[in-house]
Ligand binder design. Structure first.
Ligand code: PLP
Ligand code: SF4
Length: 322
């Protein structure tokens, strides 16, 4: 018998076969003609996410984020395998240092879900050498924040996370750890009482940035997890990627901000798509993005309006559009 609360088992029960996904979601039989059956970046959908996708609807905004379409194979001008200059920013294996004061640590290649728009889907991940990583952080006293990323850092075991936090805590100039993760949204079972206790007990100031793109991703179970994080004294922010036919609609973005705030989560960034090969069908123009932002500003409380940004390789911060 499998335990629906055991997160490793939930992951094992993820769907990896597009054919099976189509059957389970009762999509029209001829829809398969548009689907890429063996994408290079494989399909991966955990059960909790699958359950939120509406059956029989090929246009479901959550389905669109995870199902590979043949459109992905069409080459598109300006779309590349390393759109934000990650390769150039890799200072040693596993460390991306682009911006002053903070470094990004790629702690694992694994994710709980595969998002079709992921800008790191072609990234050649090599497991970092821990000695090099800690030496790098230790030697630059200008670094005050370490951002755990990947992949998804919450796929590390509690043991490995705990070791990591302890090692970072010993470095005097590190004040904060930021955890960028889609796990609270797509695999809420991972957010166990043990994990909450581990986070609460850390002496580092912990900030969470979750990645939700659509209000349908946040049900009461996810909401409860978000509130628990907040109750541990953790600041929780959200970032969203602006995606065509997923959330490029002011009503959806307004609902998303309102729903996040219902669980005490503040919107942080609304990102333009990073132009990664295979994701051109998600692109929203800058002009359309600015029009959306204007509606959000009219309709939302100021603190519920995310910052509209794009990442430009080589520039010292994420570029605001307006
Ligand atoms: C996005 C990003 C950060 C974080 O930037 P903030 O603007 O502080 O959220 C840090 N390092 C890298 C390499 C990034 O891509
Ligand atoms: S969870 Fe994040 S890193 Fe993983 S596939 Fe999705 S966007 Fe990429």
């Amino acid at each position: 018998m499998s335990d629906p609360n055991n997160w490793q088992q939930c992951l094992q029960h993820s769907i990896r076969d597009p054919q099976r996904l189509i059957e389970q979601l009762e999509l029209p039989a001829d829809y398969i003609e548009q689907v890429l059956l063996q994408p290079q970046f494989p399909l991966l959908v955990p059960p909790a996410y699958l359950a939120k996708i509406k059956k029989g609807d090929p246009n479901d905004p959550l389905l669109r984020q995870i199902l590979a379409l043949k459109q992905e194979t069409i080459p598109s001008e300006g779309f590349s395998s390393d759109p934000v200059g990650d390769n150039a920013a890799q200072k040693c294996q596993g460390i991306l240092h682009k911006y002053q004061g903070r470094v990004l640590l790629l702690v694992t290649a694994a994710c709980a879900i595969h998002c079709r728009y992921c800008f790191r889907q072609h990234f050649e991940y090599h497991a970092p050498n821990n000695d090099d990583v800690f030496e790098y952080i230790q030697s630059d006293t200008g670094i005050h924040e370490v951002i755990l990323s990947g992949g998804d850092p919450l796929l590390l075991s509690d043991q490995r996370l705990s070791t990591l936090l302890h090692k970072l805590q010993k470095i005097e100039h590190i004040k904060r750890v930021r955890i960028h993760s889609r796990v609270p949204i797509v695999l809420p079972q991972r957010m166990t009482a043990d994990l909450m206790a581990l986070l609460r007990s850390s002496q580092l100031h912990i900030v969470f940035v979750i990645h939700a793109n659509h209000p349908n991703e946040i049900d009461t179970e996810v909401g409860a997890v978000l509130q628990q994080l907040v109750r541990q004294g953790i600041m929780v922010l959200n970032q969203t990627v602006l995606l065509k036919q997923v959330n490029d609609n002011p009503e959806i973005l307004i609902q998303l901000s309102e729903k996040l705030f219902q669980y005490q989560v503040l919107p942080y960034y609304l990102h333009l798509l990073d132009k990664v090969q295979g994701a051109a069908h998600f692109e929203v123009s800058e002009h359309a993005a600015l029009r959306l932002l204007d509606v959000l500003r009219c309709r939302l409380l100021g603190y519920l309006v995310p910052k509209l940004v794009k990442e430009v390789a080589g520039l010292p911060y994420k570029q605001p559009l307006l």
